[in-house]
Design a protein around this ligand. Structure first.
Ligand code: ZN
Length: 238
């Protein structure tokens, strides 16, 4: 095990969590880098021009109408994040044409407390940023009470599916759906929010997929996969 990997193990062990949907069935496996950011920090590729001086500072999404109002009424990132995004580590999100649905794959989570959800989302963010990512990898997160939370700003490409992040909005349901069932409120909220994004960006049903449909992973877990199959079953996401 490399020094770098040992350090990551320590950092994640400190969280007591496995942050992010894993690519294998092992609960103890680290998230690794299969859906890591597109390039190492500091490489010479183009960056969003208007963000060049904004590293370490919160940035506003041009899609959000204000810093406290996220897309679709989601709870804004500012309500939960204890650390800022790092724009220099992220690519712009352009040509939105796909959505990918996930679970977080950590320990089962059924709390309907807003504070508990915020803490879990922030733990995922910290773990993702500890790997060198610019922010939490997902754009939106849905908790067991059905609240929708803003994650990575929509102006930035997500980090949630290996080789399929461009143009792809990442949505995660908090919990581990290999080991629990999503709540009715969570499924209803997922359905409504996915439809909202689908309409806003004209995303065809065939491109509303789960992580396991794009990569070798159990994500989003058997029980959530089953519910998503039902939602898509009638030819629309409903
Ligand atoms: Zn996933």
């Amino acid at each position: 095990m490399s020094v770098e990997k040992t350090r990551r193990t320590f950092l994640l062990a400190g969280l007591g969590l496995l942050a992010g949907c894993a690519t294998t069935s092992s609960r103890t496996r680290l998230p690794g880098v299969p859906w890591a950011e597109g390039r190492p920090a500091g490489s010479a590729s183009p960056r969003p021009v208007d963000l060049s001086g904004a590293v370490e500072s919160p940035v506003r999404s041009p899609i959000a109408s204000s810093p406290t109002q996220a897309f679709g009424g989601a709870i804004p990132r500012s309500a939960w994040a204890t650390g800022a995004p790092v724009p220099s580590r992220m690519d712009p999100l352009t040509g939105i044409h796909r959505m990918t649905l996930h679970h977080d794959g950590m320990t089962p989570f059924a709390s309907t407390s807003q504070n508990d959800a915020a803490a879990r989302i922030d733990a995922i963010r910290r773990a993702h940023q500890a790997q060198g990512w610019g922010d939490v990898g997902y754009h939106f997160l849905i908790d067991p009470a059905g609240r929708v939370w803003e994650g990575r700003y929509l102006q930035f490409q997500g980090a949630h599916v290996k080789d399929r992040n461009p143009g792809n909005i990442g949505i995660v349901c908090l919990g581990n759906f290999e080991r629990q069932h999503p709540t009715p409120a969570q499924v209803e909220s997922l359905r409504d929010f996915v439809r909202r994004i689908q309409m806003a960006y004209r995303i065809p049903l065939s491109r509303i997929q789960t992580h396991r449909e794009l990569a070798a992973t159990l994500c989003p877990g058997a029980s959530l996969q089953s519910r998503i199959n039902q939602l898509r079953g009638g030819g629309s996401f409903s």
